[in-house]
Design a protein around this ligand. Structure first.
Ligand code: MSP
Length: 528
């Protein structure tokens, strides 16, 4: 039985179009989803947009557009960007989807009837930028360090969620890694937050009209995070808790572009209480606290299983500065694609920083890396080897099976790195193989042997080409189009390749020595 693998990105706010930060998380999630599909896991990859709340209401108002029209336009920009980047999400969930809204109302009502949501009053600070409640000690010079704005003072009658009720239980689960938080320093940071104790939080707003109305008191709308978190359930087909008896799971929005789900929901056929939890919720540090407190507490209240892991990646700075509209250094995904192509962009973002740690990027670094690793490293290796094999064949030589370069250990390490979600290290592992291959070529000089000693040249070039074939497999989660182009050069059909079992396909010697290679167009043209 193959394992299940369910991965999510945060659902992004639609107050603005996507930028490099959102693109990074989404590509990283795509790499993980593709890897798990490649090794045969039953994989579901969910992304989408978070479309309610005060921030979006205000932005739409400023743009003099009705909120629904505003969110439709920006959500379409996200979908367009992810399509362009070859993101293989199985569903794109939008929180303005009527099925999602209905499920949110049912979930909140369930929690209300249980007594976990009660009427109270919230007095405190609220940052609209984060859509989060703040303590004085979270602020720097009285401002939210993230958004550089003074949080507003709120004093409002509202419905509160009994977060405190679940704190002890959650703390234990986090300690024991039943709810795993990685990197480890993030787990420690959350545990110290739990040590300070968790207070109940406001779960509704009276003054925000652009939200999900509470079914038992329509003067209130749901706190935007309560609505947003439930996407992780509705996005895989959950239609809300049962009223009396278990409900069958109706499919939510469905489809990569909002059509039908093209991958079976991992919940299909399962009953209430067994909704499949995410294996990995991917995000950055800005939203870890809420994911490590409110979200699992909601799940406990709803009597559902917790996610297995929250994985927190770093924040990108642009040439040492925070990305911001006012500085004017915001990079949009289409700018990257225009310059480096889809796979160039995917490569540059994943390799930019250690996954889980902050990174500093910028155009000149991207240019340098693109030329060194893609145009020279990978592109050059493939072009050189294919040219030499053509020359060998013109000189009446053939490839001859040989095994000087076996790559078993590298593949083993690659799998281990993916298991630890060290995706940048898994990528570097591939470049180690590329360097190993380059060195093998310069040590053995096959070009001098063609026509002189075709047998030896045929053996050396077989080793090179078989390494390249294995490299294409390892590359596929990261730069799938490039892998497919290389397969075509080897006369292999990409869709047939993808049906193969990864372990078997990457076994040394699978390449037929009678293969007729076809040179492909330059994989990565140099940037000058
Ligand atoms: N809508 C909420 C999430 C709800 S999930 C139930 C939200 N949206 S957001 O649009 O602000 O997205 C935040 C996420 O975008 C971060 O956690 C991270 O994944 C990504 N990034 C945004 N800026 C980033 C950088 N500068 N660098 C890296 N990732 C960043 O929060």
């Amino acid at each position: 039985m193959n394992k299940k693998f369910y991965i999510t990105t945060p659902i992004y706010y639609v107050n603005d179009k996507p930028h490099l930060g959102h693109t990074y998380t989404t590509i990283a999630a795509d790499v993980l989803a593709r890897y798990h599909r490649m090794i045969g896991d039953q994989t579901f990859f969910l992304t989408g947009t978070d479309e309610h709340g005060a921030k979006i209401e205000e932005t739409a108002k400023k743009a003099k557009v009705k909120p629904q029209q505003f969110v439709d336009e920006i959500a379409a920009k996200y979908q367009f960007a992810w399509d362009e980047l070859n993101i293989s999400n199985d569903n794109f969930i939008r929180t303005t989807n009527p099925k999602h809204i209905k499920a949110v109302q049912q979930a909140l009502e369930f929690m209300y009837k249980k007594g976990d949501i009660y009427k109270g009053k919230y007095e405190g600070l609220y940052c609209k930028g984060c859509e989060q409640y703040k303590n004085e000690k979270d602020l720097v010079n009285g401002k939210c360090p993230e958004h550089k704005i003074k949080p507003e003072k709120m004093s409002e009658e509202c419905y509160m969620f009994k977060l405190s009720k679940y704190a002890k239980d959650l703390e234990k689960k986090i300690q024991k890694d039943e709810l795993k938080i990685r990197p480890i320093e993030r787990k420690n940071e959350i545990l110290s937050l739990y040590k300070e104790g968790l207070k109940d939080i406001s779960f509704s707003r009276k003054k925000v009209a652009w939200g999900v109305p509470l079914p038992w008191d329509k003067a209130h709308t749901s706190y935007v995070w309560a609505d947003a978190f439930l996407n992780y359930l509705t996005g895989i087909g959950w239609s809300g808790p049962p009223s009396d008896s278990p409900l069958p799971f109706g499919l939510a929005q469905g489809g990569r572009k909002g059509g039908e789900l093209n991958t079976p929901s991992p919940c299909e056929g399962e009953g209430w209480g067994e909704v499949c939890p995410a294996d990995v919720h991917l995000m950055s540090k800005d939203i870890l606290r809420v994911h490590a407190t409110i979200w699992p507490a909601m799940l406990l209240s709803l009597e559902l299983s917790l996610p297995k892991q929250l994985f927190v990646h770093g924040f990108f700075l642009i040439d040492g500065q925070k990305m911001s509209k006012s500085i004017g250094n915001v990079i949009a995904p289409e700018e990257l694609v225009k310059k480096y192509g889809v796979d160039g962009t995917r490569y540059l973002l994943v390799s930019a920083t250690t996954f889980g740690h902050d990174g500093d990027v910028g155009w000149s670094k991207f240019d340098e890396k693109y030329n060194a690793d893609l145009a020279n490293g990978l592109g050059n290796l493939v072009a050189r080897v294919l040219t030499m094999i053509e020359k060998l064949q013109i000189n009446k030589g053939t490839l001859i099976k040989s095994d000087d370069l076996k790559l078993k250990d590298e593949i083993k390490e690659y799998n281990k790195l993916f298991n630890d979600i060290s995706i940048d290290s898994a990528l570097f592992k591939i470049w180690e193989v590329i360097s190993k291959c380059d060195k093998y070529i310069s040590d053995n000089k096959p070009w001098e042997l063609i026509g002189e000693d075709n047998k030896k040249a045929g053996e050396i070039l077989y080793n090179c080409l078989e390494s390249i074939r294995i490299i294409t497999w390892m590359l596929w989660p990261f730069i799938p189009e490039t892998s497919e182009k290389i397969w075509q050069s080897l006369g292999l059909d990409p869709s047939k390749e993808m049906e193969k079992d990864f372990d078997k396909a990457t076994k040394w010697g699978e390449l037929n020595s009678g293969v007729q290679v076809k040179k492909c167009n330059l994989l990565f043209p140099r940037i000058t």
